[in-house]
Design a protein. Sequence first.
Length: 270
Amino acid sequence: MKTNLRDRLYTTEAIVLSRLDYGEADRILTVFTPGMGKLGIIAKGARRQKSRSGPQLDYFTRVTLHLARGRDLDVVTGAETIDAHGHLRDALVAYGHASYFAELVRTLTQEREENRRVYELLAKSLALLDEGIDPWPVARHFELVLLAALGYRPELYECVQCHQALEAVANAYSPIQGGVLCPRCRSTDPSALALSVNAQKYLRVLDRNGLAAAVRLRPSERERMEVEQTLKQHFRIVAERDFTSLAVLQHLLDLPAASPAQPDIAFPSA
């Protein structure tokens, strides 16, 4: 039985996570939507100079998409920009963190699995980067909330081994066990990461009070490293792989500023 054309057409809001040139003029895109989660779609003719939809489908753009259901990939029939996040293109650190957020969402979510909390988190976090908010606390908040939204929330309040309430002392974080270990249980994971009192407080403020409260805190460089490594290793265990966007960003930041032979390094996009 043939499907009515009207039944094949639909409209959704979306954020562009990645894109890949295909054929002579097309692009295959991965987008994240509020109602259908991650989608693979194709924008036919998007690379042509006169394409109407092509300019609306840049990295990290928040758009309204008009789509037609296809056999393998749904087809873009139109697109209107909601927020282009244009300032990201002029700020390397913000752009690198946007790439990291897209990499996490692209890797850790399933096709056509609705998660409005992830969509709202991604949309808000990209907007904050675009506004020039310090990417470091935005990234740590994004990581912690994303883990919770996907069912991998770390245990920050009681020991994951003995289940006793944690005391205000230096503890350790076990990515393998998914949370903090008290000094008595530290030996159950020799690879657990040292976690100072202030680093634990920072994570708890993020978890309980959100980003607005966390940006008022001023963790030391050592405490920032502890928090960052804790969440990085947690994601590594969850995904069974490393995420490379922030490593690429650090490499670019370490390059000589005036080097004429600076290599063309791209953030992960597929």
